[in-house]
Design a protein around this ligand. Structure first.
Ligand code: EPU
Length: 339
């Protein structure tokens, strides 16, 4: 039975620890709960907002409508052949646990994505990525429930329109579907991606030439802990911005003025680390009241205690203005802002 509550505090449900209240709130534990919630929302003419791990949202003081906290958990193998498995997770499952299970089973593909906070269901929404791997690299399909009709639909990788930290669920279908399960094609034979700078450096330091899966996740853990704040210790939502992509002409202009600018090729464009831009604009480690920029990674905004969405957005405006003035580059948020 679905229990709908009124005026529920969401602070413990978001890793930024924003004080926020849901007008209506329900925990969903199985598919039937989602269908009941859709029915209730229709009867009461309320919009639905799905909350996964709350690890990529900036919540305002009051969230209108019905907030669904996804607690639909479970994992399983849908199919298997001699080279690969189709490993599926229900959407409320912890992403970290999901990766851990894959690594324990000896399946390759998502080890570099270890320790990304959040749920399995949120992983395709922004095509999570880290250390040279993106979810789309091993994504097979997902099953989602239409929040208007309650009907199920299967989405292939193509249907999801994955791009850098982006998918159809952040654009055309934003707020339209409840992602129910996600299936990934994982490899049984060793296929590690160790090319990202920090991983190579760490392996060299440890003198490991041919790492196994467990060594890889240990290294990912070490790198992440040295650069990224643990949300439970210092509330944050990971990267606040996307790394901007600029044209080659614009890059040539910037390179003249800033010879040490960091960059990565991105198809026809050039990707500039937003962390470098924010760092150069002088914001790394800065604090304005309880809203701050993390001292070890300028891409991450942190809540030192009682910061509100308004405080974070004031800092965000300052950062954007300074980066635009200094570099002529417009920063774009990676986090979902729900006001
Ligand atoms: N840098 C600075 N100052 C800083 C930090 C970094 O100048 O304070 C420069 C360095 O030159 C560094 C470059 O920025 O070489 C890139 O930094 P890093 O390798 O730490 O990665 P990033 O581009 O800042 C991205 C993802 C992270 C992901 C890491 C590792 C985005 C928006 N962010 O960050 O994802 O963990 O690469 O793969 O693409 C997230 O999405 O929440 C997230 C944490």
């Amino acid at each position: 039975m679905l229990a709908i509550e009124h005026n529920v505090d969401l602070q413990r449900y978001n890793t930024f620890k924003m004080a926020s209240k849901a007008e209506f709130f329900a925990v969903v534990r199985e598919k039937e709960d989602v269908l009941a919630a859709i029915k209730w929302a229709k009867e009461h003419a309320q919009p639905i907002f799905v909350l996964g791990g709350g690890a990529n949202v900036l919540l305002g003081k009051k969230i209108k409508g019905l907030v669904l906290k996804n607690e639909i958990k479970g994992t399983g193998v849908l199919a298997e052949d001699k080279d690969s498995v189709l490993f599926s997770g229900l959407s409320g499952e912890s992403w970290i646990r999901f990766v851990h299970l894959a690594v324990e089973a000896g399946w390759y593909g998502i080890e570099n994505l270890f320790l990304i906070p959040g749920t399995v269901g949120a992983s395709p929404v922004q095509n999570i990525g880290a250390y040279g791997v993106e979810l789309k690299d091993c994504f097979d399909h997902l099953v989602a429930i239409n929040l208007e009709t309650g009907k199920e639909k299967t989405f292939s990788a193509k249907d999801c329109r994955f791009a850098y930290r982006d998918s159809i669920f952040k654009n055309k279908l934003r707020g339209k579907y409840f992602i129910y399960s996600v299936a990934l094609r994982l490899k049984k034979k060793a296929e590690l991606k160790l090319g990202y700078g920090d991983i190579g450096k760490c392996l060299l330091e440890k003198g490991i030439k041919k790492p196994n899966l467990k060594q890889v996740i240990a290294i990912i853990q070490e790198i992440r802990n040295s650069k990224l704040p643990i949300p439970a210790v210092l509330p944050n939502v990971g990267s606040f911005y996307k790394n901007p992509e600029i044209g080659k002409k614009e890059f040539a202009r910037l390179l003249k003025e800033f010879p040490d600018i960091r960059s990565f090729p991105a198809g026809k464009k050039i990707k500039i680390p937003a962390a470098w831009l924010i760092d150069q604009a002088g914001f790394k480690g800065k604090r304005f009241g309880d809203a701050g920029v993390y001292e070890k990674q300028a891409l991450i905004l942190v809540n030192h205690g009682q910061a509100t969405a308004r405080d974070i957005l004031a800092l965000d405006a300052k950062i954007k203005k300074a980066v635009l003035k200094k570099f002529g580059i417009k920063l774009e948020e990676e986090v979902n802002i729900i006001l």
